[in-house]
Design a protein around this ligand. Structure first.
Ligand code: ADP
Ligand code: MG
Length: 652
C-alpha cells in the first residue's frame, strides 16, 4: 500500500488553502511557493503557461481577457467555458489548475501526495461534487474524497479546540456553523457528543458571498463616477477589474475602520470616493437580509429554536465583516464563537477528515503517533444531504413530469430508498427511469441528473415482472443507482446516463455512437469495452477541442430534452440506443414488430398504463392510495398509451 499523508484542500471561490495533519494529528497549513497561506483561486493564461494565485490576480487589470476568476460558481455547468486562444477551459479544468498549484508546492514540503479530501459547499449538487472530484483527479490525485464545508468547520472546532478533552464530553452540544466565504453561504446545525460529529441539517446559498458585498462597492463608486464623467468604468474590462480590486481593499478596510476610499480610473480620468461603514451597511442590506432569512430558515425547517443552539460558530473570510457579525448576534441573541480561523479552518477540518479516513488503514501508525491515531480512529462523523433525490413522475392534472423525492433533504447519509417497478410488456429487457435532484434551496428548479437505464434484464420476463430499483446517496452525497429483477434475482445493470458521465467518459477516450450534432435527442456516449451498444464510427477523427464543442452542443440538447420535453424517450429494446424513428433502430437495425423493438400497445380502455409502476407489490398494477413513500397518482396523460410510456411513465 502506498504511504500517503492526510491532506485537506479548501477549494474556495476566491481563495484556496491546503493543509495536512502532522504526526501529532494537528492540522498545519502548507504555504504556497510565494509563502502565502491562502492562494487566490485565480488563473492567468499566459500563452502556454497557466499562472495561479496572487501573480494571476495582479495580471487581471492588464489582461482581464486572459484571467479566470470565481470558476467555482460555475462548477458542474457543462455549458460554461472560458475561451483562451481557441482552447476552451471548463470550470473543472480551471479548478484542476488551482489544485495542481496547491499540490505542487505542498509536495515540495511534505512529500508525494496521492490522496486528498476536497471541501464543497453543502448545497453542491451531485454533478458539482463529481466535477470537483474530477478536477482533483485531473490535478494528479489518485483518490479524492469530498466533505461539506460546514462539516469541515465543525470538525476543526471539535477536534482542534476541544482537543483530547472532546472525547470525554458527556453531554450533547448543538452547534450552528455559519460559513460566509467569497462565493457561498453555508450553514449547518451540528450535534456532537462523545465521539460523534453529526450534521442534523444543512442549508445555504450558492450565490451569496463576499463577492456580492464587493459588488455593492463597485456599483456605488461606478455610479458616482458615471455622474461625474458620464462614462461607466464597468463597461471597460480593464477599468472594471481595477475598480473591483479597489473595492475589495475598501471592503476589507471597512471591517476595521469607519470609512474607506475607492479609486476609479477610467478613460484618462481618475477620482477617489469615500464611503462610510454605515452607508456600506445600508447599501448591503438586501444581502444581509438574505443571510438572515436562510439562518432563520435552517432553524425553523428543522424544528430548532435558538434555545437549542449551544454555540454559533463563524468562519469564512466574509464573516469578518462587522455588519455580518452584528446581524448574526442580534438574530441569535448571543455572543458568537469566532475562534476558528476564517481562512484556514475549512482546510484544517478537511485534513482532520483525511486523517479519520486514513485511521482505519494499517500504516496510519507510521504517519501519526499513537495518541493521534487512536483519537482519529475514535471520531465518527455523519453528514446529511442538502438536496432531495428522486424520480420524475407524470402529474395527473397537468400531464407534466414532476419530481417525486424518495430521499428528502437532510436525511442522514449514507441513505438509500428502494422502489419496485413493474415491466409493461412481455420480454421487456430494459427500463428507463429519470433521476432528479431538488434545487439549491426553496423555489429553485430541480435538476435532472440523467436517465437511468436498467439493462440486461432476462429476455423471458412476462409483463408485470418486478424490478427493484435502489437509488442512494453515499456518505459524500454522491448518487448511485442499482437494480435487481426480483424473480430471477439477477442484478440488472443500472447506470445514470448524464452529462457528467459523458464528459468523464470522453476523457477516458470513449467513443460517440453517432456524431453528436446529428443526434437530435440524446448525445449518448458508450464505453467501447461494454460491448452493449454498437459503436458507429460515422465521423472523421476530431481533436479534443472539437469533441468538447460537439459534446457540449449535444449536451445542451440533451439537457433541453431532459428538462423541457414532454416527450418520453424511446429506446430500442434490442440494443438500448435511443430511437430516432418509431419503426426502425438506426443503431442496430431492429425493426418495429420484430422481437426486441417496442411497438404500440392496443388501447386498454380506462386503465392506467405505464412503463414502470412504483411500489407495486403485485406485477399487475393495482391502484393504491398515495403514501409518503408512494408517488403521486399519475394517471396516463393520454387515453391511449404509446410505446414510449411503457418505458418510463409512472402509475400509482
Ligand atoms: P471562499 O472559500 O469562498 O473563497 P473565503 O472563506 O476564503 O471564501 O473568504 C474569502 C472572502 O472573504 C472574500 O470575498 C474576501 O473579500 C472576504 N474577506 C476576507 N477578509 C475580509 C475582511 N477583512 N473583511 C471583509 N471581507 C473579507
Ligand atoms: Mg472557503
Amino acid at each position: 500500500m502506498k504511504k500517503t499523508q492526510a491532506v485537506g484542500i479548501d477549494l474556495g471561490t476566491t481563495y484556496s488553502c491546503i493543509a495536512w495533519l502532522n504526526e501529532h494529528g494537528h492540522p498545519v497549513t502548507i504555504p504556497n511557493q510565494e509563502g502565502e497561506l491562502s492562494t487566490p483561486s485565480v488563473v492567468f493564461f499566459d500563452q502556454e503557461d497557466a499562472i495561479v494565485g496572487t501573480e494571476a490576480l495582479r495580471n487581471a487589470i492588464a489582461r482581464p481577457d486572459r484571467v479566470v476568476q470565481n470558476a467555482k460558481r460555475h462548477m458542474g455547468n457543462p455549458e460554461k467555458f472560458w475561451n483562451m486562444e481557441g482552447v476552451k477551459y471548463s470550470p473543472e479544468h480551471v479548478s484542476s489548475l488551482i489544485l495542481r498549484k496547491l499540490i505542487a508546492s505542498a509536495q515540495e514540503q511534505i512529500g508525494e501526495i496521492t490522496e486528498a479530501v476536497i471541501t464543497v459547499p453543502a448545497q453542491f449538487s451531485d454533478a458539482q461534487r463529481h466535477a470537483t472530484i474530477k478536477a482533483g483527479h485531473s490535478a494528479g490525485l489518485e483518490k479524492v474524497e469530498v466533505i461539506n464545508e460546514p462539516v469541515a468547520a465543525a470538525l476543526c472546532h471539535v477536534l482542534g479546540n476541544e482537543g483530547l478533552a472532546f472525547t470525554e464530553l458527556a453531554i450533547d452540544q448543538q452547534l450552528l456553523v455559519y460559513d460566509l466565504g467569497g462565493g457561498t453561504l453555508d450553514l449547518a446545525i451540528v450535534n456532537y457528543a462523545s465521539n460523534e460529529v453529526r450534521v442534523v441539517a444543512s442549508d445555504g446559498d450558492l450565490e451569496l458571498g463576499g463577492l456580492d458585498w464587493t459588488q455593492v462597492l463597485v456599483d456605488m463608486a461606478a455610479e458616482r463616477f458615471l455622474q461625474d464623467f458620464k462614462d461607466d468604468p464597468r463597461e471597460d474590462p480593464g477599468s472594471h477589474q481595477f475598480l473591483a480590486l479597489e473595492a475589495e481593499q475598501a471592503k476589507r478596510s471597512l471591517s476595521v475602520r469607519p470609512r474607506a476610499a475607492v479609486t476609479v480610473q477610467h478613460a484618462g480620468n481618475r477620482r477617489t470616493y469615500q464611503i462610510e461603514q454605515e452607508e456600506f451597511q445600508h447599501l448591503s442590506k438586501n444581502l444581509l437580509n438574505r443571510s438572515n432569512v436562510i439562518t432563520k430558515r435552517i432553524l425553523a425547517d428543522n424544528g430548532f429554536g435558538w434555545a437549542h443552539v449551544n454555540e454559533v460558530l463563524t468562519t469564512g473570510g466574509s464573516s469578518r465583516m462587522p455588519m455580518v457579525r452584528e446581524a448574526l448576534k442580534k438574530l441569535s441573541g448571543r455572543t458568537l464563537n469566532s475562534s476558528l480561523s476564517p481562512d484556514q479552518s475549512i482546510a484544517h477540518g478537511a485534513a482532520y477528515y483525511a486523517g479519520m479516513l486514513l485511521s482505519n488503514q494499517q500504516y496510519t501508525r507510521t504517519v501519526f503517533n499513537t495518541q493521534a491515531s487512536t483519537r482519529l480512529a475514535e471520531v465518527k462523523q455523519q453528514s446529511v444531504n442538502a438536496r432531495g433525490l428522486g424520480i420524475l413522475i407524470r402529474n395527473t392534472e397537468t400531464g407534466k413530469r414532476v419530481p417525486h423525492y424518495l430521499i428528502p433533504p437532510n436525511t442522514p447519509l449514507p441513505a438509500s430508498r428502494t422502489h419496485v417497478f413493474g415491466t409493461v410488456v412481455d420480454h421487456q429487457t430494459k427500463v428507463h427511469v429519470r433521476i432528479c435532484e431538488s434545487g439549491a434551496g426553496p423555489g429553485k428548479p430541480h435538476t435532472v441528473l440523467g436517465d437511468c437505464l436498467i439493462s440486461d434484464l432476462p429476455t423471458d420476463l412476462p409483463e408485470g415482472s418486478e424490478v427493484e430499483v435502489t437509488i442512494s446517496y453515499d456518505s459524500q452525497a454522491r448518487v448511485h443507482v442499482s437494480a435487481r429483477e426480483l424473480k430471477s434475482g439477477i442484478s440488472a445493470e443500472a447506470e445514470i446516463f448524464r452529462q457528467e458521465n459523458m464528459s468523464a467518459q470522453l476523457q477516458e477516450e470513449v467513443e460517440i455512437i453517432e456524431p453528436v450534432s446529428k443526434q437530435p435527442r440524446h448525445a449518448t456516449v458508450v464505453n467501447k469495452s461494454s460491448g452493449e451498444i454498437p459503436v458507429v464510427h460515422a465521423e472523421p477523427e476530431r481533436s479534443l477541442g472539437e469533441e468538447w464543442n460537439a459534446v457540449s452542443k449535444g449536451l445542451a440538447e440533451f439537457q433541453d430534452d431532459l428538462s423541457e420535453s414532454d416527450q418520453p424517450v424511446l429506446l430500442c429494446n434490442a440494443c438500448g440506443a435511443t430511437l430516432t424513428s418509431k419503426t426502425r433502430c438506426n443503431a442496430c437495425g431492429a425493426q418495429a414488430n420484430k422481437p426486441g423493438l417496442k411497438t404500440p400497445r392496443k388501447k386498454r380502455s380506462g386503465k392506467a398504463k405505464a412503463g414502470i409502476s412504483p411500489n407495486t407489490t403485485s406485477p399487475k398494477r393495482k391502484r393504491k392510495r398515495p403514501t409518503s413513500e408512494t408517488p403521486i397518482a399519475a394517471k396516463p396523460a393520454r387515453e391511449q398509451p404509446s410505446p414510449e410510456d411503457e418505458f418510463w411513465d409512472m402509475v400509482e
